[in-house]
Ligand binder design. Sequence first.
Ligand SMILES: *Cc1c(COP(=O)(O)O)cnc(C)c1O
Length: 428
Amino acid sequence: MSTSIERMYGTLGISPEVLAFGREIEASLKERFEKIDNVAEYNQLKVLHAMQENKVSEACLYPSSGYGYNDVGRDTLEAVYATAFRTEAALVRPLIACGTHALAIALAGNVRPGDEILSPVGKPYDTLEEVIGIRPSKGSLAEYGVTYRQVELLEDGSFDYEAIRAAINERTRLVEIQRSKGYLTRPTFSVAQIGELIAFIKSIKPDVICMVDNCYGEFVEEQEPSEVGADLIVGSLIKNPGGGLAPIGGYIAGKQEYVDNAAYRLTCPGLGREVGASLGVNLPFFQGFFLAPTVTAGALKGAIFAANIYEKLGFSVTPDSTQERHDIIQAVQFGTPEGVIAFCQGIQAAAPVDSYVAPEPWAMPGYDSDVIMAAGAFVQGSSIELSADGPIKPPYTVYFQGGLTWEHARFGILMSLQKLCEAGIVKL
Ligand SMILES: *Cc1c(COP(=O)(O)O)cnc(C)c1O
């Protein structure tokens, strides 16, 4: 006799064998999931406290238009972010087009010609290479006379303190620390590790601005990098803090002066944060931030579930099945193009939107190999929603993240396994 849940999985195309395999893995993860729920509980209270403390009212949820002067919803939302992230100020705007844009204005607003930017954690996120001018690009900071220096991580993924000390000089104005590994193989840093790094840097040069690219890290731990010394933290609202509801946007939180400097780049000198109507997005911004701690928890459970499933089947996974999590990204190395393709087709088939299309690898601009992407998201390109992508080149690794609910993340991973079984790549 099958239960109604088993029958529904069957209706959606999951075989009894795949479901049973998933159930067994899930049963072994109880304690870890409990810890995630505890972090979510804390962060839910943190966000709720920030909303009450700043007196969020019904009027905050209404649209504004035109210049957006005295947009009470926008200003209150920014105060809520600042309280939750324990910073002096925050800029949270739909005018910030994406995470890269937020990082770009935070950088450009806070350096001047002759200054130097230092990344003490190796190469920054791909898109920042053109922002900084590591790869020559029109309008890059390099064209404005800002130089850049980078210190690689040590072999074991730890900070090379001696090389960092040697790299800091009289022109070093801003240090950019990327929390998440993104699509690299290095480890993601814990908030505590970032705190140690910042303390070290400040001991050498106290007035340097320490900025953290916080993308994918929000609400994974109880603390954010702004609570351990970061002067600025920056992220995207179509990742964790948007809670899946924000349809666009980015945030910059930190010291008032540095946030203001970024605002003068976002709009223009003199106007800064005073203009910029929020149109109708205050409601989803507030509501998404309210949901973000539990949405992030669901995505984290999905990442750990995937790591345990695929490690058990003999694939190499990063982070591995038991490692502490500091972001929501899971990498699985399939070793063959067919593995990457079957996995992504499973994620797509599990989506609420566009589930009936099968993604294929294609030559995307900016990549040196074909790439396959699975994203059946409500918000285009949203990676807090269930999504996966992988370049079709050795070692044939898929990067997986998101899931607005744990129930959906679990289903997506089961569907990926189903497709791998159907393609004959995996035998249960
Ligand atoms: C997503 C991300 C960004 C910004 O990406 P956008 O696609 O522009 O939103 C920057 N850094 C990291 C680590 C990221 O994960």
